[in-house]
Design a protein around this ligand. Structure first.
Ligand code: NDP
Length: 405
């Protein structure tokens, strides 16, 4: 029987553990390990109730390579799914190399002291994974993840060349709270308050944070027309490198007026800073303190109503006619339906299900390829089939022009 280790018991870790348990035949003995064992135990109890599957739990400090590698050598898993934080990517990759375990994550490495994420640190592991005969799959969430696979699928089946990609991420859900982030607040706020960046004609172009926006009409009437903001997002880096002939790639996300106003105030008063300050003799980092007082994203599940819609608007040259065409390939996910299934809102669901699906490709051998890979470098077809089978069905809309300026 195979063994699977999932690291991280937050909102996304819960979904990954639930979905792996739904497919116990593939994942065999499942371990959920994290810093706080009580959180793992609570998820394990929910899973037992929902699926009858018993998963095992343990406490681990994923920043500690020796401790994690010793644990992996003891339980001997085929794969480790890193659903902790981006800060743990390198230590967990090291532990996997030491213990001979395949690796998968959903977010690229970011040094804790510098709000700056880049693939270079993880790409440097290419030869070490290859030489060890191990596969590392990077960014198998929704964005990055499904959005990259959508591009790979479009290139394989529709277009001889992709000209432009606009990744568009809408959360039209409402949790009724004045301000909360949908996933880890520290990671989320670091991402949104950074300058926007997009890639055009071989160059990165930078814009001030949240300074470019427009209205976009989403295909689902429950999402409707929403204001989308241009941001930098990590999949732009690998897609700009891996899509031949690409002329431009951008990433857009919806935010409500209320969200933007709260964020601006928090930023203006210094609460989003990661510079330590001395408070009553104790050093604290304002953003980490803010995280403590904001709602736990995992608690938003029962409150959130509405839908998400995430997709790629892709323009390219059609394989058969050579003519330019634009297609929007997307998924719509309902917050309440996710909560009914796995006790989590759609943001964690859309990130967690693709991690399980990526791991399924590794377990089946379809994505077994020694080295370090972004998901667009692997065969999109079995992953796309699994999206339909495991809760994230996708749709395609033909559009007669690019919907964006
Ligand atoms: P949470 O903060 O809710 O959960 C993170 C978990 O990791 C917590 O259980 C935490 O433990 C654990 N953890 C943190 N540090 C360590 C450590 N040193 N050792 C062991 N465990 C540790 O985050 P989310 O669930 O919201 O996000 C998880 C990951 O998913 C993040 O990397 C995020 O960037 C990524 N993500 C990816 C998306 C995508 O589409 N690609 C979308 C959304 C998220 P504790 O409970 O003790 O704090």
């Amino acid at each position: 029987m195979p063994t699977t280790v999932i690291v991280g018991a937050g909102g996304v870790g819960n979904v990954v553990a639930q979905k792996c348990a739904q497919d116990a035949e593939t994942f065999g003995e499942i371990w959920l390990i994290s810093r706080t064992k009580e959180k793992c135990d609570a998820i394990a109890a929910d899973i037992k109730e929902a699926t009858g599957v018993e998963i095992k739990t343990a406490a681990i400090d994923a920043d500690n390579v020796a401790e994690t590698a010793a644990f992996l050598k003891e339980v001997k898993p085929e794969i480790l799914l890193n659903i902790a934080l981006p800060y743990q990517d390198l230590t967990l990759m090291e532990a996997c190399l030491e213990a001979g375990v395949h690796y998968l994550d959903t977010a690229n490495y970011e040094p804790p002291e510098d709000p700056h994420f880049e693939y270079k640190w993880q790409w440097e592991y290419q030869d070490r994974f290859k030489d060890a005969g191990l596969t590392a799959i990077l960014g198998s969430g929704f964005d990055p993840g499904v959005t990259n696979v959508f591009c790979a699928y479009a290139l394989k089946h529709w277009f001889s060349e992709i000209k432009t990609v606009d990744i568009i991420d809408a959360n039209a859900g409402d949790h009724g709270l004045p301000f909360a982030t949908n996933f880890n607040p520290e990671i989320n706020i670091r991402e949104i308050t950074a300058n926007g960046r997009y890639w055009e004609k071989g160059e990165w172009k930078e814009i001030p944070a949240l300074s470019v926006s427009e209205d976009f009409e989403f295909p689902d009437p429950d999402v409707g027309t929403k204001r989308i903001y241009l941001l930098y997002h990590e999949e732009l880096e690998s897609l700009a490198k891996n899509l031949p002939g690409l002329e431009r790639i951008r990433f857009w996300m919806t935010f409500s007026e209320k969200y933007i106003t709260h964020l601006r105030v928090l930023e203006n008063v210094g609460m989003t800073s990661i510079e330590p300050v001395n408070f009553d003799g104790q050093e604290i980092i304002p953003l980490q303190f803010l995280k403590k007082v904001l709602p736990d994203p995992a608690s938003l599940g029962p409150l959130t109503k509405g839908k998400t819609c995430i997709g790629c608007l892709i323009q390219g040259k059609l394989k058969e006619s050579g003519e330019l065409a634009t297609k929007f390939i997307y998924n719509v996910c309902d917050h309440q339906a996710c909560y009914q299934e796995v006790k989590s809102q759609a943001i964690s669901y859309t990130a967690g299900v693709p991690a399980m699906i990526g791991a399924r490709q590794l377990m089946s051998g379809a994505w077994l390829r020694p080295g370090v890979w972004n998901v667009e470098q692997l065969d999109p077809d079995p992953f796309m089939d699994d999206l339909n089978a495991w809760g994230l069905p996708w749709h395609v809309l033909e559009v007669d022009r690019s919907l964006l300026l």
